[in-house]
Structure formats: structure tokens, C-alpha cells
Ligand binder design. Sequence first.
Ligand SMILES: NC(=O)c1ccc[n+]([C@@H]2O[C@H](COP(=O)([O-])OP(=O)(O)OC[C@H]3O[C@@H](n4cnc5c(N)ncnc54)[C@H](O)[C@@H]3O)[C@@H](O)[C@H]2O)c1
Ligand SMILES: O=C(O)C(=O)C[C@@H](O)[C@H](O)[C@H](O)COP(=O)(O)O
Ligand SMILES: [Zn+2]
Length: 364
Amino acid sequence: MRKLELALGERSYSILIGPRLLADGDAISSCLDSRRAVIVSNETVAPLYLERLAAPLRERGVSLVSIILPDGELHKNAETLGRIYDTLMAERCDRTTTLIALGGGVIGDLAGYAAATYQRGIPFIQVPTTLLSQVDSSVGGKTGINHPRGKNMIGAFWQPRLVLADTDTLATLPPRELSAGLAEVIKYGIIRDEPFFRWLEDHMDNLVAREAEALSYAIERSCANKAEVVAGDERETARDGGRALLNLGHTFGHAIEAGLGYGQWLHGEAVAAGTVMAAELSRRLGWLSATDLERIRQLLARAGLPISGPALGAARYLDLMGHDKKVLAGRLRLVLPKGIGTAVTWGEVPEAEIRAAIDACCHG
Ligand SMILES: NC(=O)c1ccc[n+]([C@@H]2O[C@H](COP(=O)([O-])OP(=O)(O)OC[C@H]3O[C@@H](n4cnc5c(N)ncnc54)[C@H](O)[C@@H]3O)[C@@H](O)[C@H]2O)c1
Ligand SMILES: O=C(O)C(=O)C[C@@H](O)[C@H](O)[C@H](O)COP(=O)(O)O
Ligand SMILES: [Zn+2]
């Protein structure tokens, strides 16, 4: 098992990564304030893993309720959130009840937001079961739901007490979802970890083949990068650099997700195409060589990801991008790579260049 720590003073927590972790009830049991917990999962994940997680907890005297939600990004909304609140109320859950998210990023974001808001905050544990959620969404405390016009527009920062990433769960993940997770893995290499980017170039085939050692290493390195960034800028208040860099490709990507309708493109797919757009923009600004742009495109393509976006038209992209949470006083700020391994947040990009980058990277 690999163990990392996200350092946030009294709210610091462990990130445990490895095989057979679901069956180890001790890690979760020792984080609970009482013997009551509610597991939030979905119709796909629950039949696969709910019992594996629940049995060892019951053996330790934990009384459990489960909430099984419909599957998919389309359900990351207020209506589904309401179903969680309804059960918490019906079960008379109090502030010692812990919410446990068992699933991918959609379940983690929904359950996390419910935990942040029910009775103004109850304990929360992340048990991520997709690659994307193990490398990114379960760590760092961003929780929330979508608005039809914009991704994650309603939410809260609410840190979990523990992240338990059982790598065995990745065996059942559909290939398209594995690729989606790799988009966020590649992101860390581009924004702050050039040696990791080179490692990914050398080991992408091992990752796509789901070789256990390669996957565990990529998850650990991704979480280490994310934990360091979040510890330095938990609430994304730094004007340049800081946590906003984790948004590489997301301003374009979120526009694709909302523009096409949630669930049409996976989050990781949209981030991949958005990363190419950001890299193309950097090339136009003279910040990224054509060679490094091509390395980024190649690596994403080898991960099974799209490297061009849907042709929504630059005007529609810009309209949707205007809802981005990095917009300050009406000014769009974009995360742009400056070579591989460094990136900046930049609010001075001429709109004509953004349009040109979108047009160059969108087909079909
Ligand atoms: N909070 C954050 O910091 C953060 C970071 C990145 C992404 N996100 C959010 O995360 C979401 C994407 O997460 P995701 O990619 O995990 O998608 P997801 O939660 O929709 O899961 C992907 C699919 O895989 C299924 N699944 C989950 N685990 C499985 C398993 N082990 N075996 C088989 N199927 C399994 C799910 O039911 C779903 O159909 C988006 O809403 C995105 O906005 C949040
Ligand atoms: O943790 C972060 O910070 C991130 O930006 C990680 C992203 O991968 C993730 O998709 C996040 O949900 C995006 O946040 P948002 O604030 O742009 O909605
Ligand atoms: Zn993301």
C-alpha cells in the first residue's frame, strides 16, 4: 500500500492507494465519529463493490445505510442531491454520521457537497473507483453539482477525512473511462512535473494495458502533485499559479461538456481536447514549441483520448467559457503551458488568438 498525506493542519488527511483496500475496514472505521455511516454509490458501482466495502464495516459494529443513485454526469444536479438529503433526513442522521462516497467523480462531487451542506457539514470519506477519481477528484475537497449552463457552478470546498483508493476496482472500468482518467494524469506532467511527463511517454502502453505497478505509480505521483498544489492554495485564491493550474484544459473542456449536453463527452475527454486547445494557444503566443505541442497531442492520442474538439463554433465556445470560475471582473483567465512542466494563469490573451486556437483544434 502507498500512503500520502495532504497537509492542511488540523484537517490533514491520508490518501491510501493499493490493492484489497476495500476489504480493510480498519482505515475507515478509525475515522468515524460514531458507529453510523451512509454509503452513497450508484447503480453501476454498488452491485460490484458495495458489499465488499460494507461487510468489514458491519463486522466492526458500524450501522450502515446506502443510497444508490442513477449513474451518469447528467445526474450531477440538484434533483439527485435532494435524494441524498431526503435519506439523511428520513434516517435522522446527525452531525456524527459520516458520508462515504463509493464511485467515480460524479458520486464523489455529489456526496461531498451533500456532506458539506447537510446540517452545515458532516464528516466525509472518499472511496474512488475510477482512475479519474483516484488521481484527481477524490483529493482536494472540491465538491458540487452542475448547472445546465456551466459545470460545477454550485459547490463548496469540503475536505474528506480519508481517501481510500483500492486499485483492484480499476479491473472492471470500461476502457473509455480509463482513458478519461489518463487525461488528468497527463495534466500533472504538463503543468508541473516534466520528469513525470517523460515517464508517461515511456509507460503509456503499460498504463493502457492496466499493468498494476504502472497504474499504482501513476496514481501515487498524480495524488502527490495534487496534494502539494492543494496544500499551497486550498481555495484557489492565488491570482497566478496555485490551484488554478489544475484547471489546464478545463475552460475549453467544460464548454464542450455543457455545450454538447452533460454526459455526451466524458469529462476527461473534454479536458483532453481542451488541453490541446490551450497548448495550441500557447504555441501561438510563442510559449510552447511546435515539438512540445506535438508531444502533448501524441501522448493524449496514445492514451485513447480525442485531440480535437467538437465544432461548436468559436462564438459558442467563448459564450460558454464566460461562465468559468476563473473569470474575474468579466475577464477570462486561461491556464497555459509554458513548455512542458510549467504553466501560468493568464488573463491578457487577445480574443482573436483564442478564436484562432479553437478553430484550429475543432473539427467534425
Ligand atoms: N472534485 C474534483 O476535484 C474533480 C476533479 C476531476 C473531475 N471531477 C468531476 O468528476 C466527474 C468525472 O468523474 P469520473 O470520470 O470518475 O466519472 P463517473 O463518476 O461518471 O464514473 C465513470 C463511469 O464509470 C462507472 N464506474 C465507476 N467505477 C467503476 C468501476 N470500478 N468499474 C466499472 N465501472 C465503474 C460509473 O458508474 C460511471 O458510469 C465529473 O463530474 C468531473 O467534473 C471533479
Ligand atoms: O481540484 C481542482 O482544483 C481542479 O481543478 C481539478 C479538476 O480536474 C476538476 O475537474 C475540478 O472539478 C474543476 O474545478 P472547477 O472549479 O473548474 O469546476
Ligand atoms: Zn478535471
